[in-house]
Design a protein around this ligand. Sequence first.
Ligand code: 5CA
Ligand code: ZN
Length: 412
Amino acid sequence: MQSWPEVDVPSVPGEGPPLRLYDTADRAVRPVAPGSTATMYVCGITPYDATHLGHAATYLTFDLVNRVWRDAGHDVHYVQNVTDVDDPLFERAARDGDDWMSLGQRETDLFRSDMTALRVIPPRDYIGAVESVTEVVELVEKLVASGAAYVVDDAKYPDVYFRADATEQFGYESGYDRATMDTFFVERGGDPDRPGKRDPLDALVWKAERPGEPSWPSPFGPGRPGWHIECAAIALNRIGSGFDVQGGGSDLIFPHHEFSAAHAESLTGADRFARHYVHTGMIGLDGEKMSKSLGNLVLVSKLTAAGVDPGAIRLGLLAGHYRQDRTWTDEILAAAQDRLALWRKAVALESAQSAEDTVARVRQHLADDLDSAKALDAIDAWAHDAVTLGGSDPAAPGLVSLAVDALLGVKL
Ligand code: 5CA
Ligand code: ZN
């Protein structure tokens, strides 16, 4: 699939400390330590109701990871999928009398333009589920051959399931006990009551063709990919096993990332699919998670159409810590707009107090599990002094402008 246009990221003099991130599997903040090419897979959208501020917050978080890595001199191989074939997409298309394919294309286009407006660095590989069906079929064949997956005994719908007990380490990523797994499995697309499954938790990897649904040929009969195997295949075939960061919202911790990891580990024999599992908190509105099913969405495109500067959306979302569930309010947006105006005023000055320390602080805060709130505060302090006290360093406004652009993605 076409990714969105490249973003120009200037280089900033100096360097920051190495990035440390919280890893869901280890339940600790620890160094990421990539090689010269850092590798990251972030779960992409299911293309409808794009791009709400919850989506935006998640992709902005991983954009910071990308920017911190680039600032440290790494090449970054970033991969993202689009779940352009799945039940929720079909359900939405059916509800609206729409065609699932044109709905997906339209919403993916909107997502690309929102990401471009927000200055999110595009993935190198942007891959749709439709594009990866052959890759999925290959993996499902291998899983069946090794006994990790099986075809249910159902002549009408011979679906293929992956055994939750196929790998010894299953459960390490979420750390959830069985009762919690069972709960989230049902809530997040699982089908525990499907007759013929050996364990209610076993995960669908190939869904046999149902009437009126699209399908592709496979040795198991016509059908389409399960959800978790889609991300396992797309990541494995582009950045391989043992990549640096697997990302997504906290709603993907289980079953999605647990099973993507288990599928891949069963195939490769490795004990960890990703070296870090990184999850963002949920953005809510009026005390509820912002989600498609609740319909309480604030869309990036609605805000920008109303004249809101995308930089202010970025600052509003980065004003909280990425791991915290948080609520979007008009006050947050107003504060972000004020902040953007203050920063613009400060960098437009002929001179100000020196900014090397400020830039060093921004780098330290970002390296410390992406503490963007403190990074923004550091710029605030400099900007406030610049406009109230002035200063004699003519290079300072330009340096801050450069750092805010490169590290925080906001053009002043
Ligand atoms: N296509 C799958 C991933 S393979 C999917 O979850 N799509 S999605 O459109 O539902 O979500 C896209 C990304 O946004 C996921 O990483 C998801 O965790 C994240 N996300 C969804 N809702 C929110 C929210 N309210 N706050 C923060 N992140 C969210
Ligand atoms: Zn995914």
